[in-house]
Design a protein around this ligand. Sequence first.
Ligand code: CP
Length: 307
Amino acid sequence: MLSKGLLASSDLNENEIRKIFEISKKFSKNSELPLLLQGKTIVNLFFENSTRTRTSFEFATRRLGGVAVNFSASTSSIQKGETLIDTAKNIEAMRPSCLVVRHSSAGSPQILAQNLQIPVVNAGDGFHEHPTQALLDVYTIEEKLGTVSGKKVVILGDIAHSRVARSNIHILRKLGATVSVCGPPTLLPPKPETLGVKAAYRLEEVLPEADVVMALRVQLERQNRMQVPSLEEYSRIWGLNLERAKLLKPGVIILHPGPVNRGVELDPEVADGPRSVILDQVTNGMIVRMAVLALVCNPKGVEKWLS
Ligand code: CP
C-alpha cells in the first residue's frame, strides 16, 4: 500500500492508517523484531535540522536489519551549487531502497518522487506536511486513551506555519476526532473552516473541553518577520503553564512534537508533568517509522509476518 512511499497524510485512507497502527502495535509487543529490512538501504536525506525524526528513522532501519545512510546537506555538493534533483538522482544511482527526505521547501518530496524511480518518504517539507509525525502522534493518543474517535483534540500555538498541525488535522479527522486550533490570530490559518477545524483565540475557552492538548512551537524559521510582539508576551497569553493546566479535565494528555521551547509554549512543570506523553511520542516515533519503512520497502514480507 505504501510501495511508492509516503508523501502526505492526506494521501492515507482510514484502512491504511489502521494497518500502520496494527503493524506498529505488533512491533511494540515483540521483543524479537523481524528482519524485514534485511538487504535494504535507506538514505536519510535531510536538508533541515532534526533530532527526533532523523535518529528515529535510523533506529527504525537498523532495528529491522537494514542499513541507514545519513546524508548531510551542509557537507554535500549542494554547497557547490548542485540541485536537489541532481543530488537525489546521484544518490538513487547508488541503488538504495528508499529515500527519507526533509526539506524546508513545501513540495520537495513530491518533486523528488516525480523524478525518481525509488520510493520517497516525507520527513517534513516546509509548512506543508510531516506525515510520520502525525501517525506517531495519533498512535500515541490511541495507546493512552484507547481510541481517538469522538475525542476533542486542541492544537495550540503556531498553526499557520506548522506541518505537524496540518498532517495531524488530516489523520485525526479521518479517524473521527474533533479538532480545534487555538493561538494568536496572526498564527492561525486564515480560513480554519476549510481545514475542518474550529478556531479560538483564548486558551481558557478550549482547555476545559479538551481530551487531548497538542502544544506547538512558534516556528520563527518559517516566518518572514515575527508575528507575535515578543516570546514573553506569547508565553504570558498562550503558554500552557501549571495555572492554565488546572482547567483541564482529569485524564487529559499533553503532546508536543518537539523541540520544546521551555517557558514559551509549555512551562517545564507541564512538559515534565504527569499529563505529558512527550517522550512516549518519541518512542512511538521509532515504532511507527519501522512500520512505514517495512510497508514501503518490503510489503510482501510484512504480509507474511502478519499472517
Ligand atoms: N518533531 C520533529 O520533527 O522533531 P525533529 O525536528 O527533531 O526531527
